[in-house]
Design a protein around this ligand. Structure first.
Ligand SMILES: *[C@@H]1O[C@H](CO)[C@@H](O)[C@H](O)[C@H]1NC(C)=O
Ligand SMILES: *[C@@H]1O[C@H](CO)[C@@H](O)[C@H](O)[C@H]1NC(C)=O
Ligand SMILES: *[C@@H]1O[C@H](CO)[C@@H](O)[C@H](O)[C@H]1NC(C)=O
Ligand SMILES: *[C@@H]1O[C@H](CO)[C@@H](O)[C@H](O)[C@H]1NC(C)=O
Ligand SMILES: *[C@@H]1O[C@H](CO)[C@@H](O)[C@H](O)[C@H]1NC(C)=O
Ligand SMILES: *[C@@H]1O[C@H](CO)[C@@H](O)[C@H](O)[C@H]1NC(C)=O
Ligand SMILES: *[C@@H]1O[C@H](CO)[C@@H](O)[C@H](O)[C@H]1NC(C)=O
Ligand SMILES: *[C@@H]1O[C@H](CO)[C@@H](O)[C@H](O)[C@H]1NC(C)=O
Length: 537
């Protein structure tokens, strides 16, 4: 609950009701590219060609007007693009529509709306007990090659407040990503296309300015959490001080496939994106040749080595920086399995807007589709349902009294190399990369102690019931069409009401565990009417 956090609040500012890491743990996040998610009511809705890399006109007002949509998918936090004024005009990389090319940290990005409309978004979220996560770019600012002066330096006067060369590290390109000094001090961008002066974050006066800015954002816009973009380009020591001074939850976007590399950031920050597992994960679910052992190894290492285990890490399948998963495989059972992962992971599930539509854009900018060009209402029925069900069952698990949020996830070893069993009592996730033409088999031996002999279980994705063997106490389950299975003891349904019967029409589609070969498109009203009860559990 948002307001319950008042009690534990460290008094950062008199206005912000800061959400703690513990508050964030139970949340699930819907990430939008602000420019592409939605226009406001009455805003002209011309279509958007993402390959052009230009602003398409999505706004904060658009997000505010579509909170029903996000909430009905079961998400209770929204991560928006950076909010400050960016470089204007065209570059060789297009326009600054992702909001990551900072010029003036004291001014909002007017393409997304006014400061007041951002305040309205924040208030509208809080009214629904949803959280606002704002992405921040701290590492660098942005200039054009035209801003280079005759002596080879730059005219910094379009930047604020750092309108002088001394604020930045001396210019050098990052050539060697294994040299951390270069990663932190050299410049991103490209001297011929887009200049990205790298802020000297080790300078105490620069630190003070950035910290005050972040506190001001929290106070002005009632922000509940930050996503720190490009976190590996700033030292862990800076982050510790920065997050400590701002006093709210922050997660670092540390792009790496190396658990050991990520460890320092996991200790410096309340949370990081679980990129080290994302890499083997995408490989594992891309085909039946994928390797679950690599996923298991990554999770076991990070569980052991990260500052607070995996609990406040962000688990995701898609984001604006990676090609969408349906671009990797078109097999819907593989896509549904991958979508299930963040909800059986120990961390905070994060979905990227448009996953519920089954969007299949490739790498940036193709994966920045505008939802209004597609139609918010024409989402993929089974994917939308999947999010709503998974968010619903996660809340059921959180409320079950089984320490769902504080007990480490465990794998139950399987004989079938295409089967992965993740135990997070009271929930058991049975995932597979067999694909929709093959079957997978899981066995949960009695000696795991997870279930009792004869216990009745239910797969919340199909509402199929299973019984643990009366004599041996083993549980053996098969999926004939490569679909994921998410099991809870059926007695939990009775406590909370009839979880499954709230889903009449949608669940007939998948009752036989059959793959959906045709893209199954329904309208919002027909589907969300029946899943609303579930999503809001
Ligand atoms: C930055 O924004 C502030 C607040 O709107 C404004 O006063 C200032 O002139 C801007 N600076 C630049 C360089 O655009
Ligand atoms: C940087 O270059 C752009 C494009 O030529 C120009 O509009 C802008 O005024 C320049 N900024 C400064 C401070 O010269
Ligand atoms: C730190 O930055 C300030 C202005 O941002 C500058 O005046 C000062 O020289 C810098 N200090 C060092 C040690 O670089
Ligand atoms: C790492 O990069 C820095 C800055 O470019 C350089 O001074 C240093 O020699 C490099 N270290 C190694 C081991 O290459
Ligand atoms: C992983 O990161 C650690 C710590 O930065 C480093 O020592 C190691 O060489 C990296 N491993 C690989 C394979 O890059
Ligand atoms: C799967 O990954 C593990 C760990 O990274 C590796 O040891 C093993 O060789 C891989 N198996 C296959 C078949 O590639
Ligand atoms: C992947 O994305 C690219 C670019 O958007 C597109 O041309 C291609 O058809 C996509 N592939 C699949 C399998 O969706
Ligand atoms: C499943 O079988 C169908 C029909 O034979 C085929 O078109 C499709 O490519 C197969 N899918 C996979 C993932 O192998």
């Amino acid at each position: 609950m948002l307001f319950s956090s008042i009690l534990s609040l460290s008094l950062v500012t008199p206005f912000a009701l800061a959400a703690t890491a513990a508050d964030w743990r139970s949340r699930s996040i819907y990430q939008v590219v602000t420019d592409r998610f939605a226009k406001g009511k009455g805003e002209d809705d011309t279509t958007c060609d993402s390959s052009q890399r230009k602003y398409c006109g999505g706004t904060w007002q658009g997000i505010t007007d579509n909170l029903d949509y996000i909430q009905q998918l079961g998400f209770d936090a929204v991560w928006i693009s950076p909010v400050v004024a960016n470089l204007e005009g065209e570059t060789d990389y297009g326009e600054a529509y992702l909001g990551r090319w900072t010029q003036n940290i004291s001014h909002v990005n007017e393409h997304f709306g006014s400061g007041d409309s951002l305040k309205e978004l924040s208030a509208a979220l809080h009214k629904r007990d949803m959280y606002l996560m704002v992405e921040l770019v701290v590492n660098n600012f942005a200039l054009l090659p035209q801003n280079q002066t005759e002596d080879g330096s730059y005219d910094y006067s379009s930047l604020a407040p750092f309108n002088y060369a001394d604020a930045f590290h001396p210019e050098c390109p990052i050539k060697d990503y294994s040299n951390q000094t270069e990663v932190e001090e050299c410049w991103l961008g490209n001297s011929k296309k887009l200049i990205m002066p790298d802020l000297d974050t080790g300078n105490s006066s620069n630190f003070r300015i950035m910290k005050d800015w972040a506190k001001d954002l929290i106070a002005q816009f009632d922000v509940d959490g930050f996503m720190l973009s490009g976190a590996k380009h700033v030292s862990p020591a800076f982050w510790t001080d920065f997050v400590g001074a701002t006093g709210i939850f922050a997660m670092g976007d540390v792009l790496t496939d190396n658990v050991t590399y990520a460890v320092d950031y996991s200790k410096a920050l309340p949370g990081i994106l679980d990129y080290p597992t994302w890499f083997p994960l995408i490989d594992a679910f891309s085909s039946s040749d994928g390797n679950f052992t690599a996923v298991v190894n990554s999770i076991e290492h990070s569980k052991e080595l990260y500052g607070v285990g995996l609990y406040t890490s962000g688990s995701f399948i898609e984001n604006p920086d990676q090609r969408r998963f349906p671009n990797v495989t078109t097999d819907e059972s593989l896509i549904l399995n991958a979508m299930t992962w963040p909800f059986v992971h120990n961390g905070i599930p994060i979905a990227y807007y448009g996953q519920e539509h089954g969007l299949y854009g490739g790498a940036s900018p193709e994966n920045h589709e505008s939802l209004w060009s597609i139609g918010h209402n024409t989402y993929h029925a089974q994917y939308a349902q999947h999010f709503a069900t998974l968010n619903g069952v996660r809340h059921l698990a959180i409320d079950s009294g089984k320490n769902f949020l504080t007990a480490p996830m465990e794998f139950v070893p399987q004989v079938d190399k295409n089967a992965l069993a993740v135990s997070r009592p009271p929930l058991l996730g049975l995932l597979t990369n067999a694909g929709s033409n093959s079957s997978a088999q899981w066995t949960i031996p009695a000696d795991t102690g997870l279930f009792q002999k004869g216990e009745s279980l239910v797969d919340v994705l199909t509402c199929n019931y299973f019984e643990v063997d009366q004599t041996s106490g083993d549980l053996a389950i098969q999926s004939d069409s490569g679909m994921p299975i998410v099991i809870i003891p059926s007695k939990l349904l009775d406590v909370e009401g009839k979880f499954c019967s709230a889903l009449p029409t949608l669940h007939t589609a998948v009752t036989n565990n059959s793959p959906v070969s045709v893209r199954n498109v329904n309208t919002l009203s027909s589907i969300f009417a029946s899943i609303l009860a579930l999503a809001l559990i």
